[in-house]
Design a binder for this molecule. Structure first.
Ligand code: HEM
Length: 350
């Protein structure tokens, strides 16, 4: 299936070597630079023009769809150096993106339903197993091309880095494993980030007072770094140093993730008998599920940004300031960077 021997689906030495490699690579300055390059290019050349056109023609946009396209293109670029350009003005249906989604969904169904069901479907070649097989073929062909391109012309993406590493037996990773390593990163980084960005903008649209503070903070930083000419503020997306100064924006983002975590629930298998910090005994072979969503809503965590997340019934405003939308996509850059910082912390802890 789509996860194969990638980091999400492996244990023991296979997992450890990927985790260590990722930890090491995430600390490199070149990866950060590559990230900034991919993100800035897509935002400036494609997202901005789509938003500008929509604003001029007074058209509504499906922000969630745009953000998913943005993060997909960027993660593919960062992971294997090939941008599928799903975020183009005509918003094309992309065979790779569609096959990736179908394969992810069919893989999830294996987890949701009793094992015998998908096994029967697989033997008979029907239902979601049929879709899985077909979509995996499309994904694998696409990844084969990406790997061949990287072999010929190595770059600063994650795949090029993994291609130089050796597995537990001291051999280079075979192509089938490299494919899955890359696909796991795409899966890890795409939806998590776009979902967080969508919730962020939803919250901002419902909380004009928070939006005003974010705009003020961004304007203050831009005045410091680019002067008073507002034209210059929108010539380029914010760079890392500018984004780093946006303390309130980072807090708003953290609050978004607390209230609407992109991974609301996670689970771990117990490999050996153990006792949790609260004294609960967990026998080997059991599964421990924890709810990130519930923890984030515990009173102990308090409220750090005064925005109202309990308003229901959809958006109260039809939109938000276009310039904020354009500038705050820097958020994506911040989040990627923060993701790597968190990743680094976890990875080094191990
Ligand atoms: C808002 C953005 C993100 C959120 C909320 C998020 C959240 C998470 C969570 C909850 C896990 C599971 C941790 C565990 O089970 O111990 C995870 C794992 C992981 N994430 Fe993220 N993530 C985000 C962005 C990213 C990005 C941008 C990347 C890489 C480009 C990434 C790469 C990974 C990897 C490789 C793992 C697996 C680690 C392992 O199993 O050892 N994540 N993420």
């Amino acid at each position: 299936m789509i996860l194969g021997q990638g980091i999400f689906n492996s244990d023991g030495d296979t997992w450890l070597i990927q985790r260590k490699t990722a930890a090491l690579e995430f600390t490199t300055r070149t990866l950060r630079q590559a990230m900034a390059r991919w993100v800035n290019r897509t935002i400036k050349n494609r997202l901005w023009s789509i938003l500008d056109k929509a604003a001029t023609e007074k058209l509504a946009v499906d922000l969630q769809d745009l953000l998913l396209r943005l993060t997909f293109d960027n993660i593919c670029g960062l992971t294997f150096g090939k941008d599928p350009q799903t975020l183009s003005p005509e918003l094309p249906e992309n065979p790779f993106a569609m096959a990736f989604d179908t394969a992810t969904e069919a893989t999830l169904q294996r987890l949701l339903y009793p094992g015998f069901l998908w096994r029967i479907e697989k033997i008979l070649g029907i239902g979601s197993e049929k879709r899985l097989k077909k979509s995996l073929k499309v994904v694998e062909i696409y990844m084969d091309d990406a790997i061949a391109a990287r072999k010929e012309n190595p770059s600063d993406d994650l795949l090029s880095r993994f291609m130089k590493k050796r597995d537990v037996d001291g051999n280079l990773f075979p192509i089938s494993v490299l494919q899955r390593i890359a696909l796991n990163f795409v899966l890890a980084g795409r939806d998590t980030s776009s979902v967080a960005l969508s919730w962020f903008f939803w919250l901002v649209m419902n909380n004009p007072e928070v939006e005003a503070k974010i705009v003020k903070e961004i304007s203050t930083v831009l005045e410091e770094t680019r002067g008073n000419d507002h034209q210059k503020w929108l010539e380029e997306p914010l760079d890392f140093d500018e984004a780093d100064k946006l303390v309130y924006l980072k807090a708003a983002l953290a609050e978004t993730l607390r209230l609407y975590p992109s991974v609301p629930q996670d689970f771990k298998y117990v490999v050996a008998d153990d006792v949790l910090p609260d004294g609960t005994f967990v026998p080997a072979g059991s599964t421990v599920t924890y709810s990130i969503y519930s923890v984030g809503r515990m009173k102990a965590y308090g409220v750090r940004i005064a925005w109202n997340s309990s308003r229901s019934g959809g958006c109260h405003r039809k939109g938000t300031d276009l310039n904020l939308l354009k500038m705050a996509t820097t958020l994506w850059l911040l989040m990627l960077d923060q993701g790597l910082v968190w990743g680094r912390t976890w990875l080094t802890c191990k």
